[in-house]
Write a protein that binds this ligand. Structure first.
Ligand code: 3HC
Length: 293
C-alpha cells in the first residue's frame, strides 16, 4: 500500500528491461535491487574494469546471502544471468526505464540526459538518483521532460527501503505512478516529494551530520563517543560512521546545496569535512574518512 489512505500505485508503463548508468556504490546497489526483483538489467560504465567491478560487487553480496541461507544457488545464478554490462550507452536503447547514478556534477548530468534523450526509446522513463541537483534542470536537458523523474535511493541501496520519488514541474502523473509502483515491485518504500534541495531526508539529516562534525571540532567529546551516544539512542549508526558510509564528497555536495538554497549561515560545511575531501579521505570507499577502515 502507499501512504495512509492513498490508492496503491499501478504500473502504467510496461517495465521489462531496466537500464542503469554508472558503476559506483549507488549504481551497483541499484543494479542489484532490480536484478533481485526479477528485472533484466543493462548497466553502462566508462571502462571494462568498472563494469566488471559491478558484477564482482553483486557476486560478493549474493555469495553472502547464499552463505546466510537467504538465497539458493539457482537464485544466485538467476540474478547474475539477468545482468548485461556494457561500455556503450547505446546498449540502453531497449530499456523501459533508465536510472542514472553517475557523478554529482550538473554539467556531467546534463550531458548524460541530452545523450539519453537521443538513445532511449520513445516513452522510456528517465530517472536520476541525484541527491543534490535539480530534477527540473535534468528534465530541461531533454525534449521529453514529462518522462523525467527523481528516484533517490539511500545507501546501501540493496538494504535501505526508502526511495524518495521526486517529481519535476512537467513529470507526468503516469510516470510518477509507474515509478512508485516499481518501487513496491522491488520491495522498496516510495515517498513523494517535490524538487527542492535535499528533498525530505537529506534536508533534515545533513544539518545534523554537519553539527556532529562541529561538536567534534569543539573538542568536548571524541568521535567514538559521539557515535556511541547516537547509536545508543537507537539509530543504526552514529554520525561519523554514517558520513563514512555516505562518502564525504557526497556529504559536502549535499551540504553546499542546502546552504546555497536556504542560505542559513550556520549550515556552512564544517571545516573538517572540507579538509577530508581535499585530502581524498572520502570514507569507507577510500579506506579512510572520519574513521580508518
Ligand atoms: N548489500 C547488500 N546487503 C547488505 C549490504 C550491502 N551493501 N550491507 C548490509 N547488507 C545486509 C546484510 O547482509 C544483512 O542481511 P541479513 O541480516 O538479512 O542477513 C543486513 O543487511 C544487515 O547488515 P549487517 O548485519 O552487516 O549490519 P547492520 O545490521 O549494522 O546493518 C546497515 C548495516 C543496514 C548499513 C545499518 O547500519 C544501517 O541501516 N545504517 C544506516 C544507513 C543509513 O542511514 N543510510 C542512509 C544514508 S543517507 C543517504 O544515503 C542519502 C544519500 O543522498 C547520501
Amino acid at each position: 500500500a502507499g501512504a495512509a489512505g492513498a490508492p496503491t500505485p499501478q504500473l502504467r508503463h510496461e517495465i521489462n528491461r531496466v537500464g542503469v548508468v554508472g558503476t559506483g556504490t549507488m549504481a551497483s546497489g541499484i543494479v542489484e535491487v532490480f536484478a533481485k526483483a526479477g528485472y533484466d538489467v543493462t548497466f553502462v560504465g566508462r571502462a571494462d574494469d568498472k563494469v566488471a567491478g559491478v558484477v564482482a560487487a553483486i557476486t560478493k553480496s549474493l555469495d553472502k546471502a547464499v552463505s546466510r541461507g537467504k538465497l539458493d544457488e539457482d537464485g544466485r545464478a538467476g540474478v547474475l544471468g539477468r545482468l548485461t554490462g556494457s561500455t556503450e550507452r547505446t546498449a540502453l536503447a531497449d530499456a523501459d526505464i533508465i536510472v542514472e547514478a553517475i557523478a554529482e556534477d550538473l554539467d556531467i548530468k546534463l550531458a548524460l540526459f541530452a545523450d539519453l534523450d537521443r538513445i532511449a526509446k520513445p516513452g522510456a522513463i528517465l530517472a536520476t538518483t541525484t541527491s543534490s541537483l535539480s530534477i527540473n534542470a535534468c528534465a530541461a536537458a531533454t525534449a521529453r521532460p514529462k518522462d523525467v523523474i527523481g528516484m533517490h535511493f539511500f545507501n546501501p541501496a540493496a538494504v535501505m527501503k526508502l526511495v524518495e520519488v521526486v517529481t519535476a514541474d512537467d513529470t507526468s502523473v503516469e510516470v510518477d505512478e509507474t515509478v512508485r509502483a516499481l518501487c513496491f515491485a522491488t520491495g522498496k518504500h516510495p515517498v513523494s516529494c517535490g524538487d527542492r534541495a535535499g528533498f525530505i531526508v537529506n534536508a533534515l539529516l545533513f544539518p545534523y551530520l554537519n553539527d556532529a562534525i562541529k561538536l567534534d571540532e569543539a573538542g568536548d567529546a571524541t568521535r567514538a563517543d559521539i557515535d556511541d551516544a547516537l547509536k545508543a539512542t537507537g539509530l543504526p549508526m552514529g554520525p561519523f560512521q554514517l558520513l563514512d558510509v555516505v562518502g564525504n564528497d557526497v556529504s559536502l555536495a549535499i551540504q553546499q546545496s542546502l546552504v546555497e538554497t536556504f542560505g542559513h549561515a550556520g549550515w556552512q560545511p564544517a571545516p573538517t569535512l572540507v579538509q577530508l575531501v581535499a585530502e581524498g579521505k572520502l570514507g569507507r570507499k577510500t579506506g579512510e574518512g572520519f574513521h580508518t577502515y
